[in-house]
Design a protein around this ligand. Structure first.
Ligand code: AMP
Length: 198
């Protein structure tokens, strides 16, 4: 599928390994060079700031979506193509979801995990049909992916939905998977009803 913009969730901290910051910069530069717009949380700190900076340096479109409370704390990145200030965290996620054609998570903390998981749940409920994936930099997400296999094995996640969660070690590979993505999946409600019948 043709990707106009990708939303990236990532840490407001840079993390402890240089590979994390390097991956944020690499993804930002790649999106810009491929003429794919970046939608992100609008912050200037940590992985977020590095990602946005790299995209801007390479002439990319960068849209930040930030809640008013954070904006007032002066953590927003200045000089973005567009900064949308919204009232709540919920509004922020809805707008990010609307603006983007796909969703990627880079290493991050609770905020990053919450954001990518919410968008994955919306996918399994059939509320959107956009590609979602994790950039598994230096194996950061490996324990989480193993846990998701356990969730599937224990009967709480449909294997078909598990398999739609893309993972790649390098940004180019994740983009390739996004572009090859073809949405065609029964939603979670149908799967849960099927489990009841079996
Ligand atoms: P975390 O992974 O806990 O560092 O949270 C990062 C995610 O939460 C980002 O994708 C942002 O959407 C949001 N977030 C957390 N802190 C900030 C901040 N200072 N400025 C903007 N967004 C933030």
């Amino acid at each position: 599928m043709k990707l106009k913009r990708i939303c990236v969730f990532c840490g407001s901290s840079p993390g402890s390994r240089p590979e994390y910051a390097a991956a944020a910069r690499k993804l930002g530069g790649l999106l810009a060079r491929r003429k794919i717009g970046l939608v992100f949380g609008g912050g200037k700190v940590g992985m977020m700031g590095l990602l946005a900076q790299a995209a801007l340096e390479n002439g990319g479109e960068v849209i930040g979506v930030i809640p008013r409370a954070l904006h007032e704390r002066k953590v927003a990145f200045s000089g973005l193509t567009d900064l949308r200030v919204v009232n709540t965290m919920h509004e922020r996620k809805a707008l990010m979801a609307e603006l983007a054609d796909g969703f990627a998570a880079l290493p991050g903390g609770l905020g990053t995990l919450e954001e990518i998981f919410e968008i994955l749940t919306w996918a399994q409920l059939g509320l959107h049909a956009k590609p979602c994936g994790l950039l598994n930099v230096a194996g950061y997400f490996a324990p989480l992916l193993a846990f998701l296999d356990r969730v599937t094995g224990e009967g709480f996640l449909d294997a078909a939905h598990r398999s739609t969660i893309m993972t790649a070690e390098h940004p180019e590979e994740l983009l390739r998977q996004f572009e090859a993505y073809c949405p065609a999946l029964a939603d979670k409600a149908e799967w849960a009803l099927g489990m009841m019948d079996s």
